[in-house]
Design a protein around this ligand. Structure first.
Ligand code: GRF
Length: 194
């Protein structure tokens, strides 16, 4: 496969359902000269969330998708992705699970960020479980999306020490800051091999 020369940025879509701090960090990255992406599209299954407001304010094309019928929703999303020539999808707090059929259409081109040291603590409420189990470390992971939840190949991971005084809320805050830092790094790492 041809390597990216550094001149041509790939069209990227970010899928969200809420707050959008990772979207913000990817947007900031996309505006750097050295960035390898053109953040062309935001897809959200929720209309009034902070991430959508941020995207609109920053003039990123934004589509809110009605997810009442998952099959129809995914069909619509695929149409929009094709229209916009999207080559990479970054899930950033997107609370819907993509179907096998959808994943096939973007094989190895969908990545996700998860607030734990995968393969540990897949799924929701990671920080609560980590604290409950008195883990010494936690962190976050950017990984390729595969059929099994939070189980695809790991791209990048960063670890932090858990302090005695930490609780799920303080841990979430610290890890979110690291998430925002490593997501762009993951892109820098994988896109040259596209
Ligand atoms: C992050 O903690 C991410 O790891 C998880 O969902 C959260 C999204 O946060 N998948 P934000 O909307 O990017 O602020």
């Amino acid at each position: 496969m041809a390597k990216l020369t550094g001149k041509k940025k790939i069209f990227c879509a970010v899928f969200i359902s809420g707050r959008g701090t990772n979207l913000k960090s990817l947007h900031k990255y996309s505006q750097k000269k050295t960035s390898l992406i053109n953040l062309k599209l935001v897809i959200s299954n929720k209309s009034n969330v902070a991430g959508v407001k941020f995207a609109r304010k920053n003039k990123i094309k934004t589509k809110v998708i009605n997810y009442k019928n998952k099959q129809k929703a995914e069909k619509k999303i695929l149409e929009i992705l094709n229209e916009n020539q999207i080559k990479l999808i970054c899930l950033a707090g997107f609370m819907k699970i993509l179907s096998k059929n959808f994943l096939k259409k973007f094989k190895n081109k969908i990545i996700n960020i998860h607030p734990s040291l995968l393969p540990k603590y897949k799924g929701l409420n990671t920080h609560e479980r980590v604290i409950q189990n008195r883990e010494k470390f936690s962190g976050c992971t950017v990984h390729f999306v595969s059929e099994k939840l939070d189980s695809g190949k790991i791209i990048i991971q960063e670890r932090i020490k858990i302090l005695k005084k930490d609780n799920p809320k303080s841990l979430a805050k610290k890890i979110l800051r690291i998430e925002n830092k490593i997501y762009p790094r993951a892109l820098q790492k994988i896109i040259p091999n596209f």
